[in-house]
Write a protein that binds this ligand. Structure first.
Ligand code: ZN
Ligand code: ZN
Length: 71
């Protein structure tokens, strides 16, 4: 028998079934971005630190992207 089948539950739309905290965080960013922002929900995304650039993406793609600035 599966324990705690509902997993992590979204506090806003009361939807359960998020497998882990990351899945719930992703849900929050997609469906409730204002709430996610207020609660410092980790987005799993990174932002390019190059001045004036607002590229954003998964960590590995940001690393790849930032190599462009090194030229
Ligand atoms: Zn929700
Ligand atoms: Zn950049």
């Amino acid at each position: 028998m599966r324990r705690n089948y509902l997993g992590f539950r979204c506090p806003l739309c009361d939807k359960g079934g998020h497998r882990d905290n990351r899945a719930l965080s992703r849900h929050l960013w997609v469906h409730h971005p204002a709430y996610a922002q207020q609660n410092n929900t980790p987005s799993g995304k990174k932002r390019c630190t190059y001045p004036g650039c607002d590229y954003e993406g998964r960590e590995d793609s940001v690393v790849r992207h930032m190599k462009q600035h090194e030229k």
